[in-house]
Design a protein. Structure first.
Length: 284
């Protein structure tokens, strides 16, 4: 596994492994690149598998000033440019799925396929009650002086399936505990203010919706509705999983997503990154 640091500012951290067409994995609002550790090694058998820390997350830098949701799409374009990939497969979970969709509508020629996991088209697609509870659980305590680690015990159970394994709970807790409060609040404001990513009926690349059967935020019913709007879209429901379907049932998730990608080639194999932008074997 190689950790690539992509400049200019804000510098982005990307874990990369394998050879072949580029697949970029995009984490959710409470995550980081380590959320894809059960995917990278598996997908590296056929692809160059890369998982980023979005700006303000993990080992990536933040940027002074307010955050617009489209800034994430601009950063993703820098990642593809860094690897010399004209087109890439995008796999995004929750906020990462919305980043992938938004990137498609801004740069459709750069996308080979979309795999949209436990996500929605924007906060206008959620009920008023869902939006209010989503923000309350995350913002209320932070505004009162708490840190992300303090709110994790309340948030984690709302995202996982009732019978989620202790390892999945611990991984999600660690992700939330690692969040930087100021960056997280900027991301929260940007994502909630993003009403919609675009017209799903206009998506013209192979698209795969993936959702955990017990996802209470981005439900199976919502995924079915979205999939029905995208011409030719596929839908996979992951059993025994909630909102973090790639973590909670990695075996079924990997099998279904891998099958989809192998049936829909079209991404570019990246060129070797510059030495200045690469750190070997996980080192920072």
């Amino acid at each position: 596994m190689t950790l690539d640091l992509i400049s200019p500012a804000p510098r982005l951290a990307v874990d990369r492994t394998g050879d072949g067409p580029l697949v970029v994995f995009l984490h959710g609002i409470g995550g980081n690149r380590t959320n894809w550790r059960d995917q990278l090694g598996v997908f590296a058998a056929h692809f160059t598998a890369a998982a980023w820390d979005a700006r303000g997350y993990g080992a990536s830098d933040d940027y002074a000033g307010p955050l617009a949701f489209d800034d994430f799409a601009g950063d993703l374009r820098r990642v593809l440019d860094h690897y010399g990939a004209r087109r890439a497969h995008l796999v995004g979970l929750s906020m990462g799925g919305r980043i992938a969709m938004r990137f498609y509508f801004l740069h459709p020629q750069r996308v080979a396929t979309l795999t949209l996991c436990d996500t929605h088209r924007g906060f206008a697609s959620l009920t008023a009650e869902q939006r209010a509870e989503y923000v309350r659980l995350r913002r209320e305590a932070l505004d009162a002086g708490a840190e992300p680690r303090d709110i994790a015990p309340a948030v984690v159970p709302t995202l996982l399936a009732p019978a989620a394994a202790p390892a999945a709970r611990q991984q999600l807790f660690e992700s939330m505990a690692a969040l930087r409060k100021a960056s997280y609040l900027k991301s929260l404001e940007a994502t909630v203010n993003q009403d919609t990513v675009g017209n799903l009926a206009a998506i013209a690349v192979p698209t795969h919706f993936v959702v955990g059967e017990h996802d209470r935020l981005t439900t199976v019913a919502l995924a079915r509705t979205m999939a029905a709007e995208v011409p030719g879209a596929e839908l996979t429901v992951i059993p025994d999983a909630g909102h973090l379907s790639n973590i909670e049932n990695a075996e079924v998730f990997n099998r279904s997503v891998m099958d989809f990608l192998l049936r829909h080639p079209g991404a570019d194999s990246p060129r070797a990154p510059t030495v200045a932008g690469t750190l070997g074997q996980r080192g920072l």
